[in-house]
Ligand binder design. Structure first.
Ligand code: 9D3
Length: 257
């Protein structure tokens, strides 16, 4: 899979992607990342890439021409068609379902805005979809691009080691949050390890983990919990978790809404 990053700081995105799972996917030949800087395709002594917005107001808007020239250079380098994504606060929120969809594409171009954004006409003509990574304000699209690349790269066949296997992750598996994890020592000033995990009873351990996943999802992310879609066994585990929670003095507000 090929990523083309269009950004005033393309080496920043490439650097973020040089480590961990993404870096290894690159080394394994599963992924290549190419950076394109509109500044290199801007005209004149000042190599302007932005200008003041028509209608007035604060901030600057990225110019059409340097971006058109950048896209032309990118297509000249490889004419294979690219799915063009504009990273912006106005985009659809990135979800694991969207990540899966993007991971199946052979080539994605990521357009990163700076300043107030990009001239709307360029977006209309060149962008296939607009994506946000969440409801908070970043300084530009570069970190969002790095997030998207990381999430997509780890779904490439062969990118993960066994220990990192994607199927067990929240969202990737059954849409529940992960259960708590413990390692040595068994007794510590900070507390002890739940007994069931030391019991050697694999069925009981699996049941406990499932219950913790259900309970934590109910407490922390009730929006992820579609109780109607749970099996009868899951609903019973969750009901028992709630009973324990109330018994331990947990606020009833948790997931009762
Ligand atoms: C102070 C700037 N804003 C005026 C209300 C608008 C604004 C413009 C550009 C806010 C942020 C940005 C830069 N952000 C991104 O390019 C961006 C982003 C984000 O800020 N949040 C979540 N996802 C993304 S993807 C790209």
């Amino acid at each position: 899979m090929r990523f083309d990053i269009i950004s005033l700081f393309p080496e920043f995105v490439a650097q973020l992607a040089a480590h961990g799972v993404v870096g290894r996917a690159g080394e394994r030949g599963l992924l290549s990342i190419h950076g394109w800087n509109p500044r290199d395709h801007a005209e004149g002594n000042y190599r302007r890439v932005d200008d003041r917005p028509f209608g007035g107001g604060p901030g600057m808007v990225m110019l059409i021409e340097p971006l058109c020239a950048t896209l032309a250079a990118m297509r000249d380098d490889d004419p294979a068609s690219a799915h063009v994504v504009y990273l912006s606060p106005q985009g659809r929120p990135l979800t694991q379902a969207k990540v899966r969809e993007l991971a199946a594409r052979p080539r994605i171009a990521l357009l990163c805005g700076r300043y107030e954004g990009v001239d709307e006409r360029l977006l209309q003509a060149e962008v296939d979809e607009e994506i946000s990574i969440g409801d908070y304000v970043l300084s530009g699209g570069e970190l969002a691009a790095a997030v998207l690349i990381d999430a997509v790269a780890r779904l490439q066949e062969g990118a993960l080691n066994d220990a990192e296997s994607a199927v067990q992750d929240s969202f990737e598996g059954d849409g529940l949050l992960d259960c708590p994890h413990y390692t040595r020592p068994v007794t510590h000033a900070l507390g002890t390890v739940p007994e069931v995990l030391l019991s050697g009873n694999h069925a009981a351990i699996a049941r406990w983990r499932r219950q913790q996943s259900l309970g934590r999802t109910w407490l922390r992310r009730p929006d992820l919990l579609d109780e109607a879609a749970l099996s009868k066994a899951d609903r019973a585990l969750l009901e028992a978790f709630r009973a324990d929670w109330r018994h331990a003095g947990g606020a009833s507000a948790g997931g009762d809404a």
